[in-house]
Write a protein that binds this ligand. Structure first.
Ligand code: DON
Length: 559
């Protein structure tokens, strides 16, 4: 009874933007309605969740070019209901062979403005096509070419420009107008697309057709590889034919943890997402967050203190596991989280200057987009994919019609100097040939009693990990339904800068004062994340699709 009363007074005080979408069989949730519908159609044609995820990935490359891509990379975490096992695929971009530690520094040894973020030098070797193909080869059911047909059609016949897409192009106008091919395709040679117009991409349609016909070889060895290498050579870029031929997507061991009886399965290095997520969940697990309440100053304080410490560890220990030893097991151990506990004081924000990384046991060793898929058999897929900044490096490969990433900026161009997300990163993430830059992408599955319960993830650079963290807390500790959990206002702490960045609705004035009294600095951020999640009701099996309302045109498409 006492518990019920407490739960009542701590229940969230805001309504969800809309009820979550319900479906009995399959569900696809993404940032774009065309893409979500493509995924649902593939499921209805008999494809499984991986088939749908592959088709959605290619569709997003057409309809959401700010982040959907074939010129970038990503991570997929999947649950195979037949075996009850999880797998993860790393198709993160890779530094070209000529990359070196100081390639973005000027003569004075300072980070040269824009060198790692704009133009030909900013790109790593794209991984998306290899990643989609590996996922399909291992787990797909439908023929490969069938998964590309919808996106070929969308590119060739065009899509209707929405208000959100028109606004996104307008916001990126400065970057897009700097490169003639990009300017021609995305700005009609100097004129903004308006809502209601048709946006066609014939070059991209041809590129996708080649991939449909010849598989990833078209991209990494064939005509598309030629186009990339030529464009790079002509414009001072450094991705070569050999870099492309050498690229491999990799099966990786997913990171596994538990939180209050739920199993957490997420992406391991070269993403920091899963490790930091599990570390933070372990840190807050001893505290009665349900009783403290959503949005209460003690809750926000504890959560921020966990974020601060985990992000200090991120800066020190995380990088490409093929190049440096990442103590994954040490960082996600419950006993390691316990070591932080004495330093987390209820009424005092530890200044980040006092907090440095911990000592885990050595182990054996502005755009991204996330989408979630569940099929009728209970398979689930979480994919987060990116070209890093909105519209990546701004470069469109001439003749191939797709944008390249600026993922090289996710390395530490100069260890100790902030990157475009203000992240301070260490030696473990310094640049090296063939190395993959550290990511924060956190495609995540949550299981209950061995069965898939939730699929989650988000864009947002370093805020991604904290977005997924808070959505899990919202469901598990604060009793929210999945749409409430996605809609609920968010906050973010990343160790440095030493501040809580919060969406304006996240902290009422009272709470702001209570946090300031503990020594927290508060900053505001308009929107954190764009998390498209699915929850499966363990009793009924109903799939609840919860699109994030923050970026304006997300959609849950189920059947
Ligand atoms: O991999 C990463 O962590 C970043 N490249 C993600 C960038 C991102 O989420 C931008 N989105 N808003």
């Amino acid at each position: 009874m006492a518990f019920a009363v407490i739960a009542l007074i701590t229940a969230p005080t805001f309504p969800a933007s809309r009820p979550a979408e319900r479906a009995r069989h399959g569900m696809v949730v993404s940032t774009n309605p065309y893409a979500s519908d493509v995924g649902r159609e593939i499921l209805q044609k008999g494809g499984n969740a991986v088939d749908a995820a592959v088709a959605v990935g290619f569709a997003l490359a057409v309809v959401h070019p700010a982040a959907g891509n074939i010129g970038g990379g990503g991570f997929m975490v999947l649950h195979d209901s037949a075996s009850g096992r999880e797998h993860s695929i790393d198709y993160r971009e890779m530094a070209p062979a000529s990359a070196h530690r100081d390639m973005y520094l000027d003569e004075q040894g300072e980070v040269a403005p824009e060198r790692s973020t704009v133009g030909y030098l900013a790109s790593g070797v794209p991984g998306s096509v290899a990643g989609m193909h590996l996922a399909w080869k291992r787990f797909g059911k439908l023929p490969w070419k069938d998964l590309l047909q919808p996106s070929i059609r969308l590119a060739r016949d065009g899509v209707i420009v929405s208000h959100v897409f028109a606004r996104s192009l307008k916001n990126a106008e400065k970057l897009l107008s700097r490169f003639p091919e990009t300017n021609r395709i995305f700005l009609k040679g100097g004129e903004l697309y308006q809502e209601g117009e048709t946006f066609r991409q014939p070059e991209l349609a041809r590129t996708l057709q080649r991939i449909a016909k010849k598989g990833p070889d078209a991209f990494y060895k064939g005509e598309i590889a030629q186009l990339i290498a030529e464009d790079m050579r002509a414009n001072g870029g450094n991705i070569t034919l050999k870099d492309l031929a050498d690229y491999r997507a990799k099966m990786r061991q997913p990171v596994q943890g538990t939180y209050r009886g739920y199993e957490i399965v997420s992406m391991g290095p070269p993403s920091s997402g899963g490790v930091i997520l599990v570390e933070m969940l372990n840190m807050v697990e001893p505290y009665p967050l349900t009783n403290l309440g959503f949005g209460a100053s003690r809750t926000v304080h504890l959560v921020a203190e966990a974020m601060r410490r985990a992000f200090a560890d991120r800066a020190e220990f995380l990088g490409d596991p093929d190049f440096s030893e990442v103590p994954v097991a040490g960082l996600i151990a419950k006993s390691y989280a316990q070591q932080w506990k004495p330093g987390i004081l209820p009424d005092w924000a530890s200044p980040s200057s006092f907090v440095s990384h911990g000592s885990p046991a050595p182990g054996e060793s502005a755009d991204t987009t996330h989408y979630s898929v569940v099929d009728a058999d209970g398979n689930g897929v979480a994919v987060t994919t990116t070209i890093n900044g909105s519209y990546g490096s701004g470069v469109t490969i001439r003749g191939a019609g797709f944008l390249m990433n600026n993922e090289m900026d996710d390395f530490s161009s100069k260890p100790g100097t902030p990157n475009m997300y203000g992240l301070i990163q260490g030696e473990a993430n310094s640049i090296g040939p063939g190395k993959r830059p550290l990511s924060a992408m956190t495609p995540t599955l949550v299981k209950k009693d061995g069965k898939l319960f939730m699929v989650a993830g988000s864009p947002g650079g370093p805020t991604i990990i904290n977005t997924v963290f808070q959505i899990i807390l919202n469901v598990v500790d604060h009793g929210m339904d999945i749409q409430e959990a996605v809609d609920a206002p968010r906050m973010h702490h990343q160790w440095l800068p030493d501040q809580i960045a919060a969406e304006p609705e996240a902290l009422v004035m009272d709470v702001v004062h209570a946090l300031q009294n503990r020594g927290h600095k508060i900053a505001y951020r308009r929107r954190i994340g764009d998390a498209h999640c699915i929850l499966i009701d363990p009793e009924t099996g109903i799939r609840y699709g919860a699109p994030d309302p923050r970026r304006g045109e997300s959609k849950a498409s189920g059947y």
